[in-house]
Design a protein around this ligand. Sequence first.
Ligand code: F0G
Length: 457
Amino acid sequence: MRSYKAKMVTPIRLPSREERSRNLERAGYNVFNLDAAAVYVDLLTDSGTGTMSDAQWAALVRGDEAYAGSESFHRLREAVRDVMGFEHVVPTHQGRGAENVLYGALLGEGDVAGGSSGRERPVVLNNTHFDTTRAHVANQGAEAVDCPVEGAWDRTVEGDFLGNFSVERAREVVDEVGAERVPVVVLTVTNNSAAGQPVSMANIRETAAFADEIDATFVVDACRFAENAHFIRERETGFADRSLAAVAREQLSYADALTMSGKKDGLVNIGGFAAVRDPDLLERTKQRAILYEGFPTYGGMAGRDLDALAVGLREAVDPPYVAERVEQVATLGELLSEAGIPIVTPTGGHAVYVDAGDLLPQVPPGAFPGQRLVCELYREGGVRGVELGSFAFPGADRPEYVRLALPRRTYWREHLEHVAETAATVREQREAYTGLEIVSEPPMKELRHFTAELRPR
Ligand code: F0G
């Protein structure tokens, strides 16, 4: 059952198939190069693309635009304290801004014995680093190592908490490099890079204890903390009777610090923050924030945006909202499965992951089956998804996934049905599809999926 209704709408239009084919050619077979107006159902990302509530729009008007110490900052701080249990918050323009200031403060010169020159590279462990997290860790001269559980990348393995952190794997790394080289352990909830799968409370506690044991700072990437809390209540013994808000808070209570992209479970279009407990770390984080984001009571956000985020965080732990959110992702998964599309099951919190390698077995990884699928979903139905396989992650040993991410509170069942019908059409024609080859790409291969241009082979 829906617990909201629309009172503001955005017209969308499905261009003709001919137009879509032309757009695809013009975009160099890269849907990042499409005009959004030429997209009918946009499932490129769930980040910053959701619909705000009337309470959030009202909050915008209250925004206090004072440079320092604004009322809006105080309201955000209260929301972070109430919903996430952290006293100290440093706003940033979005999640990666929080990563920059926090990882800079934790890993930057002077924090690890010997400073950055002549020191051994620190190692950061994470269930799976999201791309920007990996880049910010690397940018601080540290090495990002993933510790997913076995089966996290295997579509045939089903589990309740395949997003978990493998403490076993982490111990192997620590045995190899030495605990003193691992100053930070991160847990990403839900695990976006492992098909949006959730992390259990038991695993959060175990990972926190492990971080404590090796004397590392325990950071939670809390982007999708409310969705993760929902899964814990649904799937983990002992949580069904606890409130969603209490479970959401308990998850984060074990962390020393958080990075947050408000564009996900903050239910806003822009914004984020770092939150910390230790006063010294707060000071260092603030100093970096001043350098890269803005004065630490606004940090790259307008006062009005701080207010909208304060309201969004509270709405994110409203049980009917999250239940519907996760249910909508499951519905898209069911509709696609019924259409014969191979997907990762059970579906995670924010997106359905399609296995393009399975759907297009004739297209080898070097010819980007996922990217071909993304292009054909656009050509056949104006649907935009994103490739997260060999095109986005060159050289990584990952499945050929395509992610269809649902913006929050934005699409209705009819849109999902259209996506499934489009996928069914693509499936019917699957044997005709060849692979793609790259025509031009940027110097940094890791970023190529944003701008590279391709053509059919
Ligand atoms: N961490 C995770 C797990 C994320 O999914 C993202 C963003 C970030 C950090 C960075 O946050 O975009 O506000 O700077 N994920 C988006 C996505 C871009 O499409 O999955 P940001």
